[in-house]
Design a protein around this ligand. Sequence first.
Ligand code: ADP
Length: 400
Amino acid sequence: MKILVINAGSSSLKYQLIDMETEAVLAKGTCERIGISGGKLTHKAGSKTVEIEKELPNHTEAIALVLKQLVDKETGVISSMDEIDAVGHRVVASGEAFTKTTLVTDEVMKTMDEIAELAPLHNPAAILGINACRAVMPEKQMALVFDTSFHATMPDYAHLYAVDYEDYKAYKVRRYGAHGTSHKFVSGEAARYLKRDPEELKIITCHLGNGSSISAVKGGKCIDTSMGFTPLAGVPMGTRSGDIDVAAIEFLCRKKGMSMEEGLTYLNKKCGMLGVSGVSSDFRDLTAAEKEGNYRAGLALKMFAYSCKKYVGAYMAALGGLDCIVFTAGVGENTPSVRKAVLEGLEAFGIALDEEKNLQKNDGSVHDISAKNSKVKILVIPTNEELVIARETAALTSDK
Ligand code: ADP
């Protein structure tokens, strides 16, 4: 069985074709600058990379070009489109409308349109991608895999905001979380690595990248997560502020003459590591600048680690204990100094890092960085969101 995974942005479209027997990526690539001039497709299959410069006026043209490459005699990996069994689409927000992976139907797409405003930067783009695939491959089964689904198990007292309950009911304003496919993947991999039943495990998963979120996973289910109604909440991120007193926003907007919309753009794009450091949103630049003695870069990194540490502490309490902490995503997988700073001082809670193992470069597999005496296992696990999307799509479509 072969599954095509699609992750559509407003002007880009990423794809992977995955063979479900081996879970190997047969081909993958990206279309860039869709709808703006200078369109480009980069397609990789095995050791071959092809770059095609072609105007891509819309997502339908982009997906048609992708399919052409997949079946191309030279660069292709399948002989015809019949070999694609189903398509899995990444969707950022589900609201309360969908709590699990869902097959695409006209009715489902109507609901998708209705909830698009929950993630105005992401969901409308996903809809463009889905509609484009439906236009080009009308006979294929398609599934929607939501970033929020894994968090749908949070109990009401964890996902609700303390606003008027009637407003929650009317507008569905609540915590939804994000990066769910990643939290699901790494918590599952952790249980597999530890050879333990997920049912009996308490895990904290730290997805630390340009966007970061931390989740508490009990018995294989998410019970709390740091992102909120949108991915702006939680720990400070590359360019996002993370948690902040909303009254401070109103004050800042007034002082800087910003509208609410401008205020939100400011919080999403100009704050976080970038805003505090004045150097960069990229953790590689920040650690380099800190080494050179840049105070604000060091401060941003300290704020990040401190905020992550507080979530770890809070989630240990929420879980009622802890068996394992997982680090994943760009920063979590590649920045030992951040992992060390997050865990420093938590020895009293049975969390002890092996500093030497922590410095070893990860080789793409599960890396155990816990000290021998650590009661809590500390693991670095490369995330694989596309594989989760493919697995969920395969599971839903193979029995239809
Ligand atoms: P996104 O949230 O956009 O998916 P990523 O998970 O790719 O982001 O994380 C991006 C961050 O990870 C950047 O701050 C970057 O510094 C860091 N990062 C990514 N790859 C590496 C690497 N190989 N070595 C060190 N840091 C990395």
